[in-house]
Design a protein around this ligand. Sequence first.
Ligand SMILES: [Fe+2]
Length: 334
Amino acid sequence: MADIDKKLEGNVEGDFFVDSTCQNMDICRQIAPENFTYWQDYAVVSKQPEGAKETRQALQAVLCCPYGSIGTSNKTGLAETMQDFPIQIENEVYFCGFNSPKTSGGNSYFIQHKGGNWLVTAPKFQAQLVKKLESMGGVAYIFLSHRDDAGDAEKFAQHFKAKRIIHRHELEAQPHAEEVLKETEIYDFQPEFTVVPSPGHTEGHMMLIYKNKFLFSGDSLYYDRKETRLEIWNPLWTWYSFEEQIMSMEKLLSREFEWLLPAHGQRVHLEKSQMKQQLQDAIDRAWQLPDPEAASAPRVQILEQYAEELRAGKQPEYAKLIQAKADWLRTLIQ
Ligand SMILES: [Fe+2]
């Protein structure tokens, strides 16, 4: 729970507040857009919640903040709100909540399916959520789009005897994964579940399309709510190759979907034709970027920070690769 002594100045007065442990991962703004906004490099409370709906959403945001950076005195409300998760998005597709600091707050999703339920990205292994997933039939598959999304996947796999699906290039993050994919082209893993290998953010990044309707995009594509358009993730946070990232998005143009459900970033529901047009536009803008791999101090800093996280997360091989990239870029700007 947040610390009132660390309360950010940008908050409006009132019960809910964000403290300086906030890492600006955006989840509160996605869940309770009426009450949270941007302030410097943080999120803050822009308006105290009014009425039952806003209060409930603000409480959900407290529970989903991966760093426990949001404070409130409403303990009874928090206990009740735990029961909301997973929250239905549409039909059998849910948002899990309880975003984990181990995935830098990645959004995770649950698909209730007759052939076995799926978890996409690992949330916190949180007792209330685990119990709820048990009551909904457990988990048979855990789809990990890439190494950053693994978090507590091993705990979920052991508890539910589920199969973790990950690409071989990402295996260092989950060395004991049960289902290791080698594919480089789009293919049907099972009826209704299409895997889209999408190197770019990382070499073994993959997306998942369910029923030609729901795209789980990992860290490759999100909805920019300021510009009201689809966007490919910034080159600064592309660990492998931005050029390949764009080419992966071009492959995606051959498929249809109407829900974009990212690990990091805003989700959106659009008509299929509109989604395709916005994807094409995002690709066109990306190709026009001036040398996205160019050396810059911020890029070096982000890569070094990521290398440190990988070392702490016991991924020494990838940490070496990222560190080497940071070192090389630093020589170019000196
Ligand atoms: Fe990532």
